[in-house]
Design a protein around this ligand. Structure first.
Ligand code: MG
Length: 268
């Protein structure tokens, strides 16, 4: 018992120190910048994918799939400005005018593409190719993206001999989940994404009670293994939790003409 006063004084001191530190830390919170959420190391190993699947003209959809692009037209899509939910939920710029050439549609014209149909849990297949003529570097080379439910970006990027922050490279869930490996093909070659996506769950008050989860194969190689998605894709700052229901597939226009073909979804 005779040590009690000393213990009490010690505890008061610790609490005081903690409060002081907390106040100091809050005062020194740095301004949020895009760079503050970039991660550069360790770099996922570069591997060479097998040659079977994407070297052909693409697989065809299974019989129960919803076909979003079969090479003929962009009827399943509308044009939108921007690609954050704050942008696309309010806009519909009418029919998507992305050019379709030889069965391929190309991101361009300053508009992103939003599917007319919306999905909750699903399997997604699509094929993409970044420009054969290499221009730009880092995030400026062959950048597009597949926004799952319009909110969570699976990055599309030419990462063939093109370093960038690893939580923004191809196969990443942008600034949330780093890919396990980098199985990129060369610029201009067809690449495949196969995605299994489980939507986040919210209670009736809009509280998130389970994360979204995603498993992704890039060129047949596992790059995301049931990765948790904790909130919206943000260029600056941390993911935000926003309750939502079914959502579209959104293809990003980031100023680079990235080709897409053979896009289909199976509801789960
Ligand atoms: Mg992108």
């Amino acid at each position: 018992m005779k040590n009690a006063p000393l213990s009490l004084a010690f505890c008061v001191g610790i609490v005081g120190l903690a409060l002081t530190y907390s106040a100091t830390a809050q005062n020194q919170t740095p301004k949020k910048t895009p760079e503050s959420t970039e991660i550069w190391e360790p770099v996922p190993p570069v591997i060479t994918p097998g040659t079977n699947s994407a070297a052909t003209s693409g697989t065809t959809a299974p019989s129960d799939a919803v076909i979003l692009f079969d090479g003929k037209n962009t009827d399943e899509w509308v044009a939108i400005k921007g690609y954050s939910p704050a942008d696309w939920e309010k806009t519909n710029e009418g029919p998507l005018k992305w050019p379709v050439q030889d069965g391929v549609m190309y991101s361009t014209k300053g508009f992103s593409a939003r599917s007319k149909k919306e999905f909750t849990d699903f399997q997604l297949h699509l094929e993409f190719k970044t420009p054969e003529k290499v221009e730009g570097n880092g995030q400026g080379r062959g950048n597009s993206g597949v926004f799952l439910q319009g909110r969570y970006e699976l990055q599309v990027l030419d990462n063939y001999n093109n370093p960038t922050y690893v939580n923004g490279m191809v196969g990443s869930i942008y600034k949330q989940a780093i890919p396990l490996v980098n199985p990129s093909r060369k610029p201009g070659e067809w690449q495949t994404y196969d995605v299994v996506y489980q939507a986040p769950r919210f209670d009736k008050n809009g509280m998130m009670i389970d994360y979204a989860y995603v498993t992704v194969f890039l060129n047949g190689v596992l790059v995301q293994n049931h990765a948790a998605i904790r909130g919206t894709t943000e260029y600056i700052g941390y993911p935000k939790v926003q309750a939502h229901g079914a959502g579209p597939i959104l293809l990003q226009d980031h100023g680079n003409p990235v080709g897409f073909r053979n896009i289909w979804v199976r509801d789960l």
